[in-house]
Design a protein around this ligand. Structure first.
Ligand code: PRP
Length: 211
């Protein structure tokens, strides 16, 4: 009898690539899996349960042990700072985090405003540079902020660069490269070592093969 593994999967842009990777690693996920709106999907033949979560919540489910493993962007890992093991760089959904704003526009010299979905990453970044800024937390469409005068700069993910370009914004600073990671709950890592090791090994081979 195989051990059951609960996997927290991020809904949205990482999901599709993560499913491809799992299938390449030999996990038999049925075609319905991709289209389903169910939030808990049991794949009995693999003894796996998938929970479909908001990407930023994946590390939370894994930290609390309601999922043994999860797939999360490095951006989310840095922002959430959860007590989980990051065991493998899956090298999917590559993008980077950047400081961007309107072209040829200096930041205000007094308390410049930075709009972002990543307040923790943004404040650490500017603190490390010795710059005092005011962080404005938004939940999406961050690129709006400099356009309508809410902020001097944004800290956000750049993938293709299309959103910046189409909104007339430019990148000023590169903060960090981002890819998706396989994360593991520390207790599950010990209790389900064999099953998790096997999964990591199978996924590692696929990742290496894709390079
Ligand atoms: C992300 C990010 C940028 C955009 C970058 O937003 O916040 O806005 O994608 O991608 P690009 O460089 O390929 O244009 P997302 O689509 O997740 O939506 P959001 O605005 O709700 O954050």
């Amino acid at each position: 009898m195989k051990e059951c593994l609960t996997v927290a999967m991020p809904k949205g842009r990482i999901f599709e690539e993560a499913v491809v990777l799992l299938r390449e690693a030999g996990y038999d996920l049925p075609p319905e899996f991709d289209e389903s709106r169910k939030l808990i999907v049991d794949i009995d033949n693999e003894n796996m349960r998938f929970i479909l979560a908001k990407p930023t919540d994946v590390p939370t489910y894994v930290e609390y042990g309601v999922a043994d493993i999860g797939i999360a962007g490095k951006d989310t890992m840095l922002e959430e700072d959860r007590d989980v093991y990051e065991v493998l760089d899956l090298k999917i959904s590559p993008c980077h985090m950047a400081v961007a704003g309107l072209p040829n526009k200096e930041m205000s010299s007094v308390a410049p405003k930075i709009a972002t979905k990543y307040p923790s990453i943004a404040s650490s970044y500017f603190r490390a540079k010795g710059e005092q800024v005011e962080i404005i937390k938004l939940n999406g469409s961050i690129e709006l902020a400099p356009l309508i005068g809410l902020a001097d700069r944004i800290v956000d993910i750049v993938s293709t660069g299309r959103t910046l370009k189409e909104n007339g914004l430019v990148e000023y600073e590169h903060i960090v490269d981002v890819t998706s990671r396989l994360i593991v709950n520390p207790v599950s890592f010990r209790m389900k070592a064999k099953t998790i090791d096997m999964l990591v090994e199978r996924l590692s081979k696929v990742v290496e093969g894709n390079e």
